[in-house]
Design a protein around this ligand. Structure first.
Ligand SMILES: *[C@@H]1O[C@H](CO)[C@@H](O)[C@H](O)[C@H]1NC(C)=O
Ligand SMILES: *[C@@H]1O[C@H](CO)[C@@H](O)[C@H](O)[C@H]1NC(C)=O
Ligand SMILES: *[C@@H]1O[C@H](CO)[C@@H](O)[C@H](O)[C@H]1NC(C)=O
Ligand SMILES: *[C@@H]1O[C@H](CO)[C@@H](O)[C@H](O)[C@H]1NC(C)=O
Ligand SMILES: *[C@@H]1O[C@H](CO)[C@@H](O)[C@H](O)[C@H]1NC(C)=O
Ligand SMILES: *[C@@H]1O[C@H](CO)[C@@H](O)[C@H](O)[C@H]1NC(C)=O
Ligand SMILES: *[C@@H]1O[C@H](CO)[C@@H](O)[C@H](O)[C@H]1NC(C)=O
Length: 309
């Protein structure tokens, strides 16, 4: 559109007049209402930003400003920031270099060029990006089945990272939620395991951390097989219980507790317990009880050792 340049041209002398008035005083330059399209420059935190500006001839009067003041007026550095310097690879270049860019550098920067015939200013908007970083995540927790559990994962980054939670199940990753807080109401034993928090933005690869959730529950006997054995042979009774924490096992013959002695041996490992009879005699036949217990409960199952002829 041809009409667009008109208001700009009318505005420019006014802009420069105000700018030049401001130069000696160092007053805020916010009043510069320059409406030309702004270029964005995106830089990662810690990197160097170069804001390009070129003059038409060497006699131009030039300055770099940001929202809070003048950075350079001609060759004179007004800013006290050692990270800021001019980049002049050619006589007509008047670019601004900012090293080790940080988030507070974000904002608009104005290069003001005053020549005899073509006064102009150009503005760039510096966007500072920060890779996602998880700053705080819940520590591993142990809860009883049925409890309410809240996991928290906080992350920093620019743009604001998106947080996703997943339950890492043996069958694969199960999507859980998209919040800093993951609330599990009435947790079940199937919901125990590792939870992964992922914080992602477009700046770099996501930051990932894990929390282990242990769900305690009372024992249930999952296997208790009666067995048969001939006298003079070895016999084995097996009892298996599911429980967290790992259950303790006890064996009873009718109402009498059995210990590893007199040819009987109890071997408990993890969720399983074995009662072994080294040399079966008539009195070994009968009713046995396997008892599995942890701090949340106790349960039992009856097994029978039958004679085999
Ligand atoms: C600069 O970024 C802003 C917001 O981040 C956006 O609205 C604008 O369109 C961008 N300008 C250019 C020239 O890309
Ligand atoms: C503007 O520049 C001054 C001087 O270099 C600096 O202290 C200030 O942080 C800058 N402000 C912004 C918004 O970049
Ligand atoms: C992490 O978050 C927890 C819960 O909000 C809080 O109690 C703790 O102080 C935080 N730790 C750090 C290092 O911010
Ligand atoms: C778990 O949360 C629900 C809903 O907020 C509440 O009704 C229930 O009492 C809570 N249960 C426990 C064990 O705190
Ligand atoms: C089993 O016990 C019987 C009777 O006590 C004995 O005769 C036999 O030798 C034993 N067998 C083994 C393999 O120890
Ligand atoms: C074995 O003993 C248990 C408990 O003492 C009892 O409940 C069960 O009926 C008995 N089984 C047989 C087959 O006698
Ligand atoms: C097995 O469980 C039953 C029912 O809870 C109980 O009455 C019995 O005393 C238990 N037996 C043993 C040996 O703990």
């Amino acid at each position: 559109m041809g009409g667009r340049a008109q208001p700009d041209r009318k505005q420019l002398p006014l802009v420069l007049l105000r700018l030049l008035c401001l130069l000696p005083t160092g007053l805020p330059v916010r009043s510069l209402d320059f409406t030309r399209g702004t270029d964005n420059i995106t830089v990662r935190q810690g990197d160097t930003a170069i804001l390009r500006c070129y003059v038409e001839d060497r006699s131009s009067k030039v300055a770099w400003l940001n929202r809070s003041g003048i950075i350079f007026a001609g060759q004179d550095k007004w800013s006290l920031d050692p990270r800021v310097e001019l980049e002049k690879r050619t006589p007509l270049e008047y670019s601004l270099r900012i090293q080790k860019v940080d988030v507070y550098d974000e904002g608009s920067y104005t290069c003001s060029v005053q020549t005899q015939h073509h006064p102009r200013t150009s503005q760039v908007y510096l966007i500072v990006q920060v890779p996602p970083k998880i700053s705080n995540i819940s520590s591993d927790v142990t809860v009883n089945e049925g409890s309410n559990v809240t996991l928290v994962c906080m992350a920093n980054g620019r743009p604001e990272p998106v947080i996703t939670w997943r339950h890492l199940t043996p069958t694969g990753r199960e999507f859980e939620g998209e919040e800093e807080y993951l609330e599990i109401l009435g947790i079940t034993r199937e919901q125990s395991g590792k939870y992964e928090c992922k914080a992602a933005n477009e700046v770099s690869s996501a930051d990932v951390k894990q929390v282990r959730v242990t769900v305690n529950y009372p024992p249930t006997i999952t296997e208790s097989k009666s067995n048969e054995a001939a006298t003079g042979r070895q016999a084995l009774l097996k009892c298996e219980a599911s429980a967290v924490p790992t259950p303790d096992f006890e064996w009873y013959r009718d109402d009498t507790r059995i210990n590893s002695a007199n040819g009987l041996e109890i071997k408990s490992m993890g969720s399983q317990s074995l009662l072994m009879v080294a040399n079966v005699t008539e009195e070994h036949y009968g009713n046995y009880t396997c008892v599995a217990a942890n701090k949340l409960g106790v349960t039992n199952a009856s097994l029978y050792l039958y004679s085999k002829y």
